[in-house]
Ligand binder design. Structure first.
Ligand code: GDP
Ligand code: IMO
Ligand code: MG
Length: 453
């Protein structure tokens, strides 16, 4: 069973804006189409922080952490939950499936992981079964349509839950779990609306508000001690000289505004999403670490200029175990797109990069980097965030020699072959951003700190 931490600042007291912010807030964000290895890096950095905070998305995320031969997959809980004593905060910007959250807690508790550090914002919106029905139904209709409009979502109900939030009147937030009358009334309203919509498909069974209400009661009791106003809490932590790390979910090119729209997720996935997703002003956020693979992957539909369909794609997929952490779907694989990476670095104002899965490229005779696109018979060097445009862009490559050495045991920059170092230097030079970490395997230990040369 999870019992909440009792040593938190008094939630009834409001921090005064006059009190100085002596703590600091940093962020880790994905720079590509997700699954860059954010979970691994968050886990590595967690010992330097008092709180790890998710600010966007929901259970569409799948963050893997591996150490001492054990492997964990986190979907809603911040990856810092694996470290005892650290607060794991789910802020207001998420859409939370309460059933999935409790299941995740149970799984970790069975593995003797202490989850007492969980704190859930009373303002986080809930994903409920009718959102998942709508997500699946929508995808099914779009696929049948065969117009290439299906997004290939994770079917976790993310889009419909954010739409409910935007619609307001039938939306249910975590705090409503503790207000039975409001909860019942909102469920009735929401089910009426969703059942009408779902009647489009005769195979869909209508959702019964009373059944959902009853199934939520034990969940509400379980989560009750963890639910609070996380905005005040985070501001208090910053005034108490604490260190906060924001954990981005999904990634920059899936951002609702800045990604390859409409083939994106429904939240603000970049560092720009932190202020609204957690209530912490941008001026308090320093040191943003951008995570990117040494190549590119994408799950679901949407343009991917450097995608490969040959043996190299197969090699990358099998070596990198490129199958979704959340859905198990094979990930689409391709060369590193430096134009896209430079764009993501700009959007997030990333101070440094972490280049992941470099080990996967070992043995490839040559490595290609996309350094510009051909678009409308012209060479362009800017990213095209609109999916229609990006689908018509052809990559222009620069080719570097590959490396054949097994680098999974490399622990310092000098352990890397010269060709691998040259590849990394090209990334730094093109993006104008220094590389802080290089990852050469899934384990915590398989990491090179480039600044500790
Ligand atoms: P996230 O969503 O950004 O946290 O990334 P995922 O966990 O979904 O996917 C990254 C996958 O790559 C996971 O299976 C990790 O265990 C694995 N991984 C992370 N870094 C490395 C690395 O440097 N080399 C290899 N081979 N695997 C890695
Ligand atoms: P992490 O945090 C990879 C993709 C889905 C789909 C699109 C919309 O593990 O990096 P959604 O269910 O959000 O409506 O799906 O976004 N997607 C991800 N792909 N990693 C993720 O998260 C993703 N979250 C969403 O595959 O194409
Ligand atoms: Mg993932």
């Amino acid at each position: 069973m999870t019992k909440p931490r009792t040593d938190l600042p008094d939630s009834a007291a409001a921090p005064s804006p006059a009190d100085p912010v002596t703590g600091h807030a940093n962020a880790v964000v994905g720079l590509q189409w997700g699954d860059e290895g954010k979970g691994k890096i968050i886990d590595l950095l967690t010992p330097n922080y008092d709180a790890i905070v998710r600010y966007n998305g929901g259970a569409n995320a799948g963050h893997s952490v591996q150490f001492a031969g054990k492997r964990f997959a986190l979907h809603l809980l911040p990856s810092g939950i694996l470290h005892p004593g650290v607060l794991a905060i789910i802020a207001n910007g998420l859409v939370v499936d309460p059933f999935a959250l409790v299941k995740e807690l149970d799984t970790l508790n069975q593995q003797n992981i202490d989850t007492s550090g969980l704190i859930l914002s009373d303002r986080a919106h809930l994903v409920l079964p009718y959102h998942q029905t709508q997500d699946a139904l929508r995808e099914q209709l779009l696929t049948k349509d065969d117009t290439g409009r299906a997004i290939g979502t994770t079917k976790r109900g993310i889009g419909p839950a954010y739409a409910e939030k935007a619609n307001r009147s039938s939306a249910i937030r975590a705090g409503d779990l503790l207000r039975p009358d409001t909860l019942r009334e909102r469920l009735e309203h929401a089910c009426r609306f969703h059942n009408t919509l779902h009647a489009l498909d005769p195979d869909t069974t209508p959702h019964d508000p009373e059944t959902i209400f009853r199934s939520l009661q034990p969940i509400a009791e379980r989560l009750r001690p963890h639910i609070t106003d996380t905005t005040y809490l985070l501001h208090q932590l910053l005034r108490d000289n604490k260190r906060i790390l924001f954990e981005g979910a999904n990634a920059t090119l899936l951002d609702i505004d800045h990604g390859t729209f409409p083939f994106v997720t429904s939240s603000s996935t970049t560092a720009l999403g932190i202020p609204s997703g957690a209530g912490i002003p941008g001026k308090h956020i320093t040191d943003i670490l951008g995570i990117a693979k040494a190549y590119s992957t994408r799950v679901g539909a949407g343009p991917f200029p450097t995608e490969l369909h040959d043996d190299t794609a197969h090699t990358i997929r099998e070596r990198g175990r490129e199958y979704g952490t959340t859905t198990g779907r094979p990930r689409r694989c391709g060369w590193l797109d430096l134009v896209a990476l430079r764009y993501s670095t700009m959007i997030n104002a990333a101070d440094a990069l972490s280049i992941m899965l470099l080990d996967v490229l070992s043995g490839l005779p040559e490595l290609k980097l996309c350094i510009a696109y051909e678009f409308n018979n012209q060479r362009i060097d800017r990213f095209l965030p609109d999916a229609t445009d990006l689908a018509r862009a052809t990559p222009i490559y620069e080719t570097l020699p590959g490396f054949s050495e097994d680098i999974t045991s490399a622990r310092t920059p000098d352990d890397l072959p010269a060709n691998a170092r040259a590849y990394l230097q090209r990334i730094e030079h093109f993006t104008g951003t220094p590389i802080r970490f290089v990852s050469v395997g899934p384990d915590r230990e398989q990491t090179i700190d480039m600044q500790r040369a």
